[in-house]
Design a protein. Structure first.
Length: 265
């Protein structure tokens, strides 16, 4: 298991010791990503850092629990349908998503832009919803569950601007280790994004060619989410930011107000 990544796990509630077997089983499930849908025990050993014996025991347990399926021909495993049902339960049970999604769609349709909602997971951001309404067709698709780098994106930098100090420092150390050559420039960009969030409520980034994105943190009683809007354009980042920032901040305000109203009942 990558101990650098473990340092930045979400805070565990309570004071009880962690269940090591459960943690290791979750690491097995986390090893499956788009592009690596089929993994053998050797792949899982490499990805998790667990021993061969531990991986073998856990994969058998997860197959028995209905979380993994065996591909006998390839002698490997894939995620089972039960995992999708858990994701569906999460989406339908999210009060934030149920409030935010209609407002996000309205903004995307009115401004002909892309609007997303994401949350942090270790050193990445995970989209909970992404409504694509781009002004022009590009070969770029974002769907619920997709991950993007925290350190490179406006989503991640907006989160870092409001993250607890200890977690933020651990994340910055992780990024420095992961991208040593780029780190001096990245560190400066992350710091500038934090200043922008503090001063104006949002930050902007263009980490992919001709895609400009703005993001703003949405802090609730239970978690920190991040809203973003983006579009495909060759216009300068600063110009796009001025064009879209008011709409993004209004979206955040509207969602927060509706969440507060729902909590009052």
């Amino acid at each position: 298991m990558d101990h650098g990544r473990c340092e930045i796990l979400h805070d565990k509630p309570g004071q009880s010791p962690a269940n090591r077997s459960l943690e290791r089983g979750i690491e097995i499930l986390r090893a499956f990503r788009p592009g690596s849908e089929l993994l053998g025990n050797g792949d899982l050993v490499e990805r998790t850092g667990l021993s061969k014996a531990t991986v073998s025991r856990l994969t058998q347990t997860l197959v028995g629990a209905g979380m993994l399926q065996v591909d006998q021909q390839q002698r490997a495993y894939r995620l089972a349908p039960a995992v999708l049902s858990l994701a569906h339960a999460m989406r339908t049970g999210s009060s934030v998503l149920s409030v935010a999604a209609p407002l996000m769609r309205a903004l995307a349709e009115s401004r002909k832009i892309n609007v997303g909602l994401a949350c942090p997971d270790r050193d990445e951001m995970v989209y909970l919803e992404s409504i694509r309404y781009s002004r022009r067709i590009v070969l770029r698709h974002v769907v619920s569950g997709q991950r993007v780098p925290m350190e490179l994106t406006s989503l991640g930098r907006a989160y870092l601007a409001v993250a607890p100090e200890a977690k933020r420092e651990a994340l910055l150390a992780r990024f420095a280790q992961k991208r040593p050559a780029q780190w001096p420039a990245l560190k400066k960009d992350i710091a500038q994004a934090a200043k922008s969030v503090q001063a104006r409520g949002f930050c902007a980034a263009a980490w992919q060619p001709e895609v400009v994105a703005l993001a703003t943190p949405l802090v609730t009683a239970d978690a920190v989410y991040v809203l973003n809007c983006s579009l495909s354009t060759a216009e300068p980042l600063a110009l796009v930011a001025e064009e879209l920032c008011a709409a993004l901040l209004q979206l955040r305000s509207d969602i927060a107000q509706r969440l507060d109203a729902a909590a009052a009942f």
